[in-house]
Design a protein around this ligand. Structure first.
Ligand SMILES: [Zn+2]
Ligand SMILES: [Zn+2]
Length: 358
């Protein structure tokens, strides 16, 4: 009797054949009134330039990591895999679009204009046709992207520029003056590109932070302790047009490691929304005791600036701490703190304050 198929029997009984489902780790961040905080990674590569990942995998990773939106931004001028994969800049978005719809993830068609370090790299997102913006001259390339209604931002400014050389050059000033360049990536993965931060504060550029991952992205650990660098976009709703509008209006924050960064006008109300000081549950003649709750995934470090309260307060992500506040009954207790890991600029922490009536 022919029994050569019998070796298959042990395989058929293996329970491993059922793959575990991909689980989404939700990111806990507050929404400001009338706005929704969209967690976005707007700089990602695939095998269609120098990345190691097939485009739909970027969508699955982003959904797993609790994101709302990603942009696929393969290099236009750097296509090292053309012997294996045909150069086709429209394919990453097309291949990923169906998986994005299935996962409810906002997917943005983008590309990275990739010139020499002194000219710089620029991501153009919300493009309609990527090939049409390819041009030897960076200013012309960015102008063509602008013509398509794209949001264009300057990636990792200062990358591979010698310390004695200027980072901001006339062509960037020209693109900003023409309103063709709209944003600047101040954080790229875990690297801050903050030498130009004081200059960026004098411009109207929108601030961004992205992963720029080329390899597969490791899953986040508990409480997003090792989350990828993100741009938090404060949009009117969770749609691609609302995301685009918020970027053009500069309503963004950066979340990299345990650091938040953003324009004071958005960062201070955001940090205030992360921290909730409950009404005191104990009041006596000399003090009040209240709980300070951190409803976000960002651990926050507070240092007293003026008023009363402990000299420092650490509030871990998603936890509460008990705060004992010296406060005589005859006057309200005023607490004013700097949030050391929420920066409006270099050495400029965001402030939060509370008043407790006595
Ligand atoms: Zn690359
Ligand atoms: Zn890149």
């Amino acid at each position: 009797m022919h029994r050569s198929w019998l070796w298959l029997l042990p395989l058929a009984s293996l329970p491993l054949l059922a793959a575990p489902p991909v689980v989404r780790t939700e990111i806990r961040l507050p929404n400001l009134p009338d706005l929704v905080t969209l967690k976005c990674d707007l700089h990602l590569h695939t095998v269609f330039s120098d990345g190691e990942v097939w485009p739909p995998v970027r969508v699955i990773e982003a959904w797993r990591d609790g994101l709302d939106a990603i942009a696929l931004t393969d290099h236009i001028e750097y296509q090292p895999k053309t012997n294996d994969i045909p150069s086709n800049l429209s394919r990453p978005y097309e291949l990923a679009a169906g998986v994005a719809r299935e996962h409810g993830l906002l997917l943005i068609r983008g590309a990275e204009i990739t010139k020499s370090p002194d000219i710089g790299h620029y991501n153009a997102i919300f493009l309609t046709n990527i090939l049409d913006i390819a041009h030897d001259d960076v200013v012309e390339s960015v102008r063509l992207a602008h013509q398509q209604g794209a949001f264009v931002f300057w990636n990792h400014p200062g990358w591979r520029i010698a310390p004695d050389q200027p980072i901001v050059r006339p062509h960037q000033e020209q693109m900003i003056a023409s309103n063709w360049l709209h944003g600047i990536e101040l954080w790229n993965d875990d690297t801050p590109y903050t030498n130009v931060w004081p200059w960026a504060m004098t411009t109207k550029l929108t601030w961004l932070g992205n992963s720029d991952y080329h390899r597969p992205i490791p899953p986040p650990t508990e409480h997003h302790a090792n989350h990828r660098t993100l741009t938090l976009v404060l949009a009117r709703e969770r749609t691609v047009p609302a995301l685009r509008e918020a970027l053009f209006q500069g309503r963004t924050l950066i979340w990299s490691g345990n650091l938040l960064a953003g324009r004071r006008e958005w960062l201070e109300p955001f940090v205030a929304a992360c921290l909730q000081l409950d009404p005191p549950h104990l009041r006596d003649s000399k003090r009040v005791v209240a709980e300070l709750r951190n409803v976000s995934d960002v651990p926050l470090e507070l240092v007293r600036l003026e008023g009363t309260g402990p000299a420092t307060i650490s509030v871990p992500a998603g936890r509460s701490v008990l705060v004992r506040i010296a406060a005589p009954t005859n006057s309200p207790a005023r607490l004013v703190y700097a949030v050391q890991n929420a920066l409006c600029g270099p050495g400029e922490p965001a402030r939060v304050q509370w008043t407790i009536e006595r």
